[in-house]
Write a protein that binds this ligand. Structure first.
Ligand code: UN1
Length: 508
């Protein structure tokens, strides 16, 4: 399409692209060739040459060299370079958003929203560059001062998933940069072009600054580069977003070498709708959280828990709302749902629906493949019971399980009875119910909302989840501490040597 041709050109995407950048583009990377597919048509967009082991090793070496200089650059000066990246992203917001739409099938406003998330992240990091605070701690010894400070860690390996192909890079890269850590990025094989485009934008922002090697790119055909990163002692921190299965293997490899892993893994997010809730509000939020992004967010709503008295009416209205969702080309105005990412996702969804039927679940609406090129499906609503094993699994597709409960206690127990713990919400107009949901005996997730859906978090809060979601926190709040090493320092400015805990040890 002509419009995308121009977008690709403006973002520096060619027919064949290098997938390795380490201060300069490597012209002929030695790995295999990756074809980026438009999920709306199933047609190739462009090709990317991926990294060989040698390409990877020299990329890590460049990042190590950059670290030597970057770690002694004052944080507010580091922030200035992140500010430039934020400005460049503002300039390219529309184009990069469109490329996200083209390569992963997000509707236009979500594509641009993702770039906005990158811009917000850059702004946040710039402010943070003057706020990497440590504590002063009261020393028990006279004429002693005790404090802690935060130092850069080293090059960070960043592994991202296809569904947020650019924003999640910025969560990590913007924080790592102000913290003094260069980044090496391994994007998802389904989204190599958005990564190449981001690298071009960053390069424009940093051209001539002397910091061209701060952000590296190492595209892999599959998981290889990610596995190398996980096993690589030169990367003290590996931040990985993806499935629980991926996280288990990355987490084991990183902890096996006593490195630090920041994991943001699967979600199986639930919403409770109480009979006291504003049902109009709940309905709108549920539809966006469950069917938005074609059910391919880690924060997607997958389990809807309704109080009996409102269940029948709510399900009826939900089905009517689902019927009105326009599915189609994601760049078209009015379309709310684009394609799934690939054929494998379609197969996964259809298989899950077979399993649902085998486990006596009832498909109330949707769930069929749409007869057109590309990877389109109808979102599905399923009547389920919490004891169906499939309800405990994350199928990365728009399948919404609807379950019923009597009391709030029962609803919370049902809500918490899965292995994942990313995002959660309750819809209620009762202060008691809301506070109970947020209390230690309420939701067990990293994110808990009241009268807001499970997805669409702002960057200002720490993002991540508990249990099998991996425990990592990215983006806002104090997530920055993951990218630094903490040093506790005690200074004796007296002439005596008092020992802590009253220990006596006189040598004369
Ligand atoms: C993800 O799906 O991996 O809260 C991240 C949200 C987005 C981030 C989702 N801001 O839905």
């Amino acid at each position: 399409m002509a419009v995308f041709h121009d977008v690709l050109q403006r973002l520096g995407i060619e027919e064949v692209n290098s997938g390795v950048y380490r201060g300069e583009w490597v012209e002929q990377p030695g790995g295999g060739e990756l074809v980026s597919i438009d999920p709306s048509t199933g047609e190739p967009i462009a090709r990317v040459l991926t990294a060989s082991r040698d390409d990877y090793d020299s990329s890590v070496e460049r990042a190590q060299a950059a670290f030597e200089r970057w770690r002694v650059t004052p944080p507010p000066v580091r922030g200035e370079f992140v500010r430039r990246i934020g400005l460049a992203l503002r300039e390219h917001k529309r184009d990069l958003g469109r490329l996200v739409t083209l390569e992963v099938g997000k509707i236009a406003s979500e594509g641009e929203g993702e770039v906005q998330e990158m811009i917000d992240m850059c702004d946040f990091a710039v402010g943070l560059s003057r706020q990497l605070y440590g504590l002063t701690i009261a020393s028990e010894r006279p004429r002693h001062r005790m404090f802690e400070q935060w130092h850069p860690l080293g090059p960070v390996g960043v592994i991202t998933a296809f569904n947020f192909p650019v924003a999640v890079w910025s969560w990590n890269a913007a924080l790592a940069a102000v913290c003094g850590d260069p980044c090496l990025w391994k994007p998802a094989p389904q989204a190599p072009l958005t990564a190449v485009a981001v690298q071009h934008i960053v390069n424009c922002a940093l051209a001539g600054s002397g910091w061209e090697d701060l952000f590296g790119l190492c595209i892999s055909e599959g998981a290889t580069v990610g596995q190398w990163m996980a096993a690589d002692r030169r990367l003290p921190l590996v931040s990985a977003t993806g499935s629980c299965g991926m996280g288990r293997s990355v987490g084991a490899a990183v902890s096996g070498r006593l490195g630090r892993a920041l994991l943001e893994l699967g979600g199986n997010n639930g919403v409770i709708v109480s009979e006291t809730a504003d049902l109009d509000l709940a309905l709108r939020a549920v539809v966006f959280a469950a069917a938005g992004t074609a059910g391919q967010r880690c924060t997607t709503l997958r389990r809807l828990i309704l109080q009996h008295s409102i269940a029948a009416e709510f399900v009826e209205r939900l089905i009517a709302a689902y019927k009105s969702i326009r599915i189609g080309d994601p760049w078209e105005a009015g379309v709310l749902m684009g394609p799934l990412i690939d054929e494998r996702s379609i197969v996964g969804m259809l298989q899950a629906l077979d399993t649902i039927r085998d486990q006596d679940g009832e498909v109330l609406y949707g769930g069929r493949r749409i007869d057109r090129p590309g990877y389109f499906v109808e979102p599905a609503i399923v009547r389920a019971r919490p004891d169906m094993p499939i309800v405990g699994c994350e199928t990365f597709a728009p399948i919404l399980y609807v379950m019923e409960c009597d009391t709030l206690e029962e609803a919370i127990a049902m809500h918490n009875a899965v292995d994942q713990g990313l995002s959660s919400a309750i819809f209620t107009d009762s202060v008691r119910e809301a506070e109970r949901f947020l209390s230690p005996e309420g939701s067990d997730c990293g994110i808990a909302n009241v009268n807001i859906g499970t997805s669409g978090a702002e960057i200002g809060g720490a993002f991540g989840g508990e249990k099998d979601t991996g425990g990592g926190r990215e983006a806002g709040s104090d997530a920055w501490t993951a990218y630094l090493r903490r040093q506790t320092c005690t200074i004796n400015y007296g002439h005596d040597l008092p020992l802590a805990q009253g220990v006596e040890f006189d040598v004369s």
